[in-house]
Design a protein around this ligand. Structure first.
Ligand code: 6R9
Length: 676
């Protein structure tokens, strides 16, 4: 079988050699004769006998499926009257209209009623062995105090609060406090620069920012409050900054700053939850697109929460009492859906990871798995590729017998990394779920599980659609490809509750980006391959978005910063294949005429600019100064040619006849050779 990742063999993971599958089978095993043992709602679904008929039912009877799930999995203040009201071609998506609920009540209060002392969060702080456990009762109290404080300080239903914090219980409480009082949150990854933060605060029109004095990561202290100070200078909307103390080092406080923890102590531990409509905004999360500024993806209350909860439960086979270890930062969608909302909606115990995979040494993840008795581990291929290079001994030193499922997310996982994850980390016992999804999809859409515990998993393939998801592939003419095997643009044919509803302040951009490219379908921006068995494999972005260590970044955003340098006339940034990071950043830069090209100095200057204006991970690994860029006669940069040069695939340069001046390509090839 041919796979686009270059894998030619099909290693099949079956249940026969796998004790965990057997225990999984014992728990869910009776679904074969009684599917309701797997998903209780299915008892009411006609004709559903097994996993595949449940999946088919969820797509062809999506209203019955989602209505049953929403009724049984969420606590409603007022029941919904309409399951869905969607028109994908017009970008109109509404789920559970008429219903009212409060997300923080769903994530906290209902579990406090049944098991107040159950651990909700395990804060895995930077120093191994210094973890802090927070029970559901404690998290509810903290959330309520914070909700009351926000209310007292004027934050109202419909406002948007920006949160600039590393993963920690107060960050989760901040998200949930917003949800409690009906404010939206906008979590900004704490690795973003002051300018990137300011841009997001301004776009979200936040009047309140929540942060910590300092961050601690890999033994190093970062001055997060100082970054916020710099950011808010350019944000006229900001009236107050709530500052919590992550370290004991005092920071200079300005007139806008509020000592968050001191003020919280004055507040009551009971906070009346706001009754929110299903389609009120829960949060904005900024992500990169192929053009323009990062966009504030809008997610709403009920549909998002339901989808996060259901995928968390079934993709990872999460069972009550399990410890779920998602190591993503809360500043990304993975942190939102699988460190916070999914696990908490399910009453689970979830880990908040503050450190890095190699601090204090490359055994960190597995030492943590042993110490915290983690049952599901969810991480990124870039970290797996990095750890693989350090050798098996860092894994084998630690007891990983608690692990039941291993997850991968954020970028394609190559076969070598997959095999190592499965055989070394999971001792060949745990299914590896390569989960494909996006900020815009809200939760996992294509994944090997849920499916029959005996069902095969092909390394490096995301495999099958989740309940309610109907993926399709489009050919270059915009026609749906029905045969297998096939490749094409990945679209989703039906709306699902977890999908994004809009782009903040720019619904037109939402329609143009996701709904118009293939009318009637949600366009993901990714390409995919579908095998003859019907399994999906994601082949990468079709647009100018690149994926560096699982972080999404638009090449246009980096070019925008590079072009701001006085010495630069124009630039073209492309992604190239990188052993560890998945993709690296390669910049072609044309200097202005007469500029004295002290290239080393200039490269350094450009790197400083990118890290200051965006973040460190967006810095070019290579900068090649060129006289001209290859352009079409209409003036468009031919990125395809640049990509081929960097990949050293000179035979694959393709048709150059549309180039304005084909000799540019030779200059660029020559310059590339000189750089290496
Ligand atoms: C969850 C998340 C989304 C983009 C997406 C795709 C890539 C994510 C993947 C994957 C191959 C997987 N991506 N998961 N590619 N296999 N399992 O990462 O969201 O930051 O919005 O990125 O990441 O290209 O379009 P986000």
């Amino acid at each position: 079988m041919w796979l686009p990742c270059g894998c030619t063999s099909k290693a099949i993971v079956t249940s026969s050699a796998c004790p965990v599958f057997k225990s999984y089978f014992r728990v869910f095993g009776r679904w074969k004769c009684n599917v309701a043992a797997f998903m209780p709602e299915a008892a009411g679904f006609e004709g559903v006998k097994d996993f595949s008929s449940l999946q088919e039912f969820s797509v062809s009877n999506s209203e019955s499926f989602w209505a049953a799930a929403a009724r049984s999995r969420l606590s409603w203040i007022r029941p919904f009257h309409t399951v869905q009201h969607c028109d994908l071609s017009r970008g109109k998506i509404k789920w559970f209209e008429g219903g009212q609920l409060n997300v923080s009540v769903n994530c906290l209060d209902r579990h406090v009623h049944t098991s107040p002392e159950r651990v909700a969060l395990i804060w895995e702080r930077d120093e191994p062995g210094s973890e802090v456990k927070v029970t559901y009762r404690e998290l509810l109290e903290t959330t309520c105090r914070l909700g009351n404080l926000l209310r007292r300080r004027g934050v109202k239903k419909g406002d948007c609060v920006t949160i600039y914090m590393p993963p920690c219980p107060l960050a989760v409480a901040s998200m949930l406090a917003c949800a409690r009082i009906g404010a939206a949150h906008n979590v900004v990854f704490a690795g973003f620069s002051a300018e990137a933060l300011a841009e997001r605060i301004r776009d979200a029109e936040s009047s309140t920012v929540i942060t910590v004095n300092q961050g601690v990561r890999a033994g190093k202290v970062t001055e997060l409050k100082r970054t916020v100070d710099a950011a808010v200078q350019d944000c006229p909307t900001v009236q107050q900054v709530l500052v919590a103390m992550r370290t004991e080092n005092p920071v200079a406080m300005t007139a806008k700053d509020v000592d968050m923890e001191e003020e919280m102590l004055k507040e009551d531990v009971v906070c009346e939850p706001a009754a929110m409509n299903s389609e009120d905004v829960l949060f904005l999360l900024y992500t990169s697109g192929s053009t323009g500024k990062p966009k504030g993806v809008v997610h709403t209350q009920a549909g998002y929460l339901l989808y996060a909860a259901l995928t968390h439960r079934y993709v990872f086979s999460y069972q009550d009492g399990d410890v779920f270890g998602c190591v993503a930062d809360i500043g990304w969608i993975t942190g939102h859906s699988y460190s916070v909302y999914g696990p908490l909606a399910n009453g689970g115990t979830t880990v908040l990871f503050e450190s890095t995979p190699i601090y204090p040494d490359p055994g960190r993840y597995w030492e943590m798995v042993q110490r915290l008795k983690i049952n599901q581990f969810y991480g990124a291929p870039t970290a797996i590729r990095l750890l693989l290079k350090y050798g098996d001994q860092w894994v084998q030193k630690y007891d990983r017998s608690t692990l039941k499922t291993l997850g991968s997310v954020g970028e394609p996982i190559n076969t070598e990394a997959w095999e190592w994850y499965y055989r070394v980390v999971g001792d060949g016992r745990c299914p590896v779920v390569d989960t494909w999804w996006q900020t815009e999809t809200g939760g996992i859409c294509i994944t090997p599980r849920p499916s029959d515990p005996d069902a095969e998993i092909v390394p490096g393939m995301a495999m099958r659609p989740f309940f309610g998801i109907k993926p399709i592939l489009m050919d270059t003419k915009g026609k749906v490809v029905t045969s297998n095997p096939a490749s094409g643009a990945l679209c989703i044919a039906k709306p699902w509750p977890g999908m994004a509803r809009s782009i903040h302040n720019n619904h037109q951009r939402f329609i143009e980006t996701y709904c118009q490219p293939h009318p009637g379908y949600f366009f993901t921006g990714d390409g995919a391959y579908r095998s003859k068995e019907g399994y999906y494999q994601i082949t990468g972005r079709l647009d100018d978005v690149i994926n560096v260590s699982g972080h999404r970044i638009g090449t246009a955003e980096i070019e925008d910063v590079v072009n701001q340098c006085n010495a630069v006339a124009e630039s073209a940034v492309i992604g190239y294949s990188h052993d560890i990071k998945g993709q690296g950043v390669y910049a072609f830069v044309v200097l202005k005429k007469g500029v004295d090209d002290q290239e080393a100095d200039l490269s350094q200057q450009l790197n400083i600019m990118v890290s200051k204006k965006i973040a460190k991970y967006a810095c070019p690994d290579f900068i090649q100064f060129v006289q001209r860029l290859p352009k079409t006669r209409s003036g468009k940069i031919m990125r395809r040619v640049l990509r081929k040069v960097v990949e050293r695939d000179l035979n694959g340069l393709g048709d150059l006849s549309t180039l304005d001046d084909p000799s540019t390509v030779q200059e660029i090839i020559q310059g590339h050779r000189e750089l290496f």
